[in-house]
Design a protein around this ligand. Structure first.
Ligand SMILES: *[C@@H]1O[C@H](CO)[C@@H](O)[C@H](O)[C@H]1NC(C)=O
Ligand SMILES: *[C@@H]1O[C@H](CO)[C@@H](O)[C@H](O)[C@H]1NC(C)=O
Length: 243
C-alpha cells in the first residue's frame, strides 16, 4: 500500500516534470510575442524568436510553469540595450501576455510614442520599466489601476505633464523613479505619503512647488534635485511664502 502510494507520487512528479519540459509557452503567449516581433519589423534583437527555438529560450523571455494548469506561461519580457528596436510600444500585442509580471524596456532609444493604455490591463504586472527611451506623453493616470505593481521605473524618457495622484492608488508600490523627464507641476502629497514607498526619485524634471516636510530626509535630497522650482526643508531651496 505504502509502496504503491509512493510509486504513484513519484509517477505524478515525473509526469509534472515531463509535461513541463515537453510543453513550451502556451499558444496565446506565443501569438502575442510573434505580434511584438512583427510590430518591431523583426528587428535583429528577435532573431532567436523562431519556431526552431523553444519560446522560453527566446532572448529576453522568462517563463514559469504553473502546475495547476500544466501550462508554461511567459512572466517576463525584457528588451534591453538595443539601438535597432524602433517604434511605438506595441501595447495591443503585449497585453496578450496575460501572465506577465515584469516588463522591462531599458536603453532602447528607438522607442517612441506614449505609454500605451493597454498596459493597464496586465493585472498581474509587478515591475514596469520603461527607461532610456524616446517615449513621450504623460505618466498615464491609468497606471494607478495596476494594483499588483511594486516597482515603477519611467526614468530618462521624454515624458511631459504632471505626476498623477492616482499613483497613490497602488497599494503595494515600493519604488517610483520618474527622474530625467520633462515633468511639470507639483508632486502629489498622497504619493509621497505612501507608507510602503522606499525609493522615490523625480530629479531632473521641471517640477515646482513645495516638497512636504520630511520627504527630502526620507528619500534623499538628490531625489528632488535639478528641477525648476521645488522647495522645502533639509537641503532643498527654502520656500518663499508670499502671503
Ligand atoms: C517578419 O517575419 C515574418 C515571419 O518570418 C514575415 O512573415 C514578415 O513579413 C516579416 N515582417 C517584416 C516587416 O519583415
Ligand atoms: C536620483 O536620480 C539622479 C539621476 O539619476 C541621481 O543622480 C540621484 O543620485 C538619485 N537620488 C536618489 C536619492 O535616488
Amino acid at each position: 500500500m505504502m509502496l504503491s502510494l509512493y510509486a504513484t507520487i513519484v509517477l505524478l512528479l515525473l509526469a509534472g516534470v515531463e509535461s513541463a519540459s515537453r510543453n513550451d509557452c502556451n499558444a496565446g503567449d506565443i501569438a502575442a510575442l510573434v505580434a511584438v516581433k512583427a510590430a518591431f519589423n523583426n528587428a535583429s534583437y528577435f532573431a532567436s524568436w523562431t519556431a526552431a527555438t523553444k519560446c522560453c529560450h527566446w532572448r529576453g523571455i522568462k517563463c514559469e510553469y504553473f502546475p495547476a494548469t500544466g501550462h508554461v506561461n511567459v512572466i517576463g519580457l525584457d528588451i534591453v540595450e538595443d539601438d535597432n528596436v524602433a517604434g511605438p510600444i506595441p501595447g495591443a500585442a503585449i497585453v496578450g501576455l496575460t501572465s506577465l509580471v515584469d516588463l522591462t524596456l531599458y536603453k532602447v532609444p528607438g522607442l517612441y510614442g506614449p505609454i500605451p493604455k493597454e498596459l493597464a490591463r496586465i493585472s498581474g504586472l509587478f515591475a514596469l520599466t520603461v527607461s532610456g527611451t524616446g517615449v513621450s506623453g504623460p505618466v498615464p493616470s491609468y497606471l494607478g489601476s495596476l494594483t499588483a505593481l511594486q516597482f515603477l521605473d519611467l526614468s530618462s524618457n521624454r515624458l511631459t505633464g504632471g505626476i498623477p495622484a492616482s499613483l497613490a492608488a497602488q497599494p503595494h508600490i515600493t519604488s517610483i523613479d520618474l527622474s530625467g523627464n520633462r515633468l511639470s507641476g507639483g508632486i502629489p502629497v498622497e504619493v509621497l505619503n505612501l507608507d510602503g514607498l522606499q525609493f522615490f526619485n523625480v530629479s531632473s524634471n521641471r517640477l515646482c512647488g513645495m516638497v512636504p516636510s520630511g520627504s527630502a530626509v526620507r528619500f534623499g535630497e538628490s531625489a528632488f534635485q535639478l528641477n525648476k522650482c521645488l522647495c522645502g526643508d533639509a537641503g532643498l531651496p527654502p520656500c518663499h511664502h508670499t502671503n
